[in-house]
Design a binder for this molecule. Structure first.
Ligand code: PA5
Length: 354
């Protein structure tokens, strides 16, 4: 654990500075909010009846976040499209956000082309590539995301502009207070989880230490912490380079709890992380407590981590942000550079060749 308190040693492993980027996330979020004020929206965008977000991986997680935040305060259905084809219900009355950090992700480009063909109203969010080029060619509204990030590290730029656009179009409640609360909490957390905070006073470092050598399984709750659970899993995969899994209450109570019955010796190497909030559905809260009692003897450890804030946006981003720090600290404990994702690059290269 001492390594996490020694910036000289951290820098030797974290060669591309992922920890610094994570620490600067609150600033990125406030920059993203400012950026969104300058998006040139078309007049007919306000009359849409549904939303769709196209995006994969680090560019796709914003879709899950947006769905959870928007569907709790508006009648607009939000569809996350994480594949090549658009569902049939995406039509000309749909506002489509096409999100790809590189602008060259083939699934997103395929779905984007279909959205163009159907006459959907489209806003592109990208740092460049083909998506940027096509957005210019077709005269679409777009958000130009700063270059130089890993897609997953640009979450503020990829997600918050969508929320701000919906606010500007009057499609959701005004976001000002929620944004303010979120930025305040994120700033406080950035300091609390910073490498400068010694391990004994730093929840992110402590959780990373407890996950070392374990297979993390992250459980969130439907309509609340589920997208944060997904983000935790993805960040643990990409930053810490470990297998990780996620699931959602209450659905997991109807199948996954049975899976913790056999292989007890093997599953001692798994750690459960429950993402909790004081406003989760009372029955979900009870389910989490009972689940914990039922499975705790079958896993190495159960961690309960709590959201902060009052607005849903703040709650979800606060618990998500903890996971981002944990994933980087776990990478450092594993002595791997959190930034490169060689397997993803290799896979994309081989696909491009075929
Ligand atoms: O984190 C990553 O690098 C990936 O999950 C990418 O985000 C994903 O492959 C999609 O690429 P892009 O974000 O450029 O559309």
């Amino acid at each position: 654990m001492e390594i996490l308190d020694d910036f000289g040693r951290i820098e030797k492993i974290d060669k591309s500075g992922m920890l610094r980027v994570v620490e600067a996330f609150p600033k990125q979020c406030s920059d993203a909010v400012s950026l969104a004020k300058h998006i040139r929206l078309k007049e007919d965008y306000g009359g849409v009846t549904r939303l769709a977000v196209l995006g994969m991986g680090g560019s796709g997680i914003g879709a899950d976040l947006l769905k959870t935040v928007v569907e709790s305060q508006s009648e607009l259905p939000v569809t996350a499209v994480k594949g090549y084809d658009l569902p049939r219900h995406v039509r000309s009355d749909t506002l489509v956000f096409a999100v790809s950090y590189s602008g060259d992700t083939e699934e997103t480009l395929s779905a984007f082309t279909q959205a163009l063909d159907r006459g959907a109203r489209i806003i592109a969010i990208t740092s460049g590539g083909s998506l940027h080029k096509q957005a210019l060619e077709h005269g679409l509204a777009f958000v130009e995301v700063p270059a130089g990030y890993q897609p997953r590290a640009a979450l503020g730029f990829l997600f918050l502009p969508m929320l701000m656009v919906l606010d500007r179009l009057g499609l959701i409640d005004p976001q000002k207070d929620a944004i303010l609360e979120t930025l305040t909490i994120l700033q406080a957390l950035s300091e609390r989880y910073s490498w400068k905070q010694p391990s004994e006073d730093n929840l992110a470092k402590r959780v990373a230490g407890e996950l070392l050598g374990k297979v993390p399984v992250i459980y969130g709750s439907d309509g609340l912490t589920a997208p944060a659970a997904l983000r935790w899993k993805c960040q643990l995969n990409e930053n810490s380079k470990v297998p990780a899994f996620w699931s959602v209450f209450p659905e997991l109570n109807h199948n996954e709890i049975v899976g913790w019955e056999l292989l007890k010796d093997f599953t001692q190497d798994f750690s459960l992380v429950l993402l909790r909030d004081r406003e989760e559905h009372s029955r979900v809260a009870r389910r989490m407590d009972i689940t914990r009692e039922l499975v705790s003897a079958h896993v190495g450890k159960v961690h309960e981590l709590w959201c902060e804030g009052n607005y849903r946006l703040a709650k979800i981003l606060s618990i998500l942000y903890l996971g981002d720090f944990v994933s980087v600290y776990l990478a450092l404990l594993n002595k791997v550079d959190p930034t490169p994702v060689e397997r993803i690059s290799l896979l994309k290269k081989r696909l491009a060749e075929s």
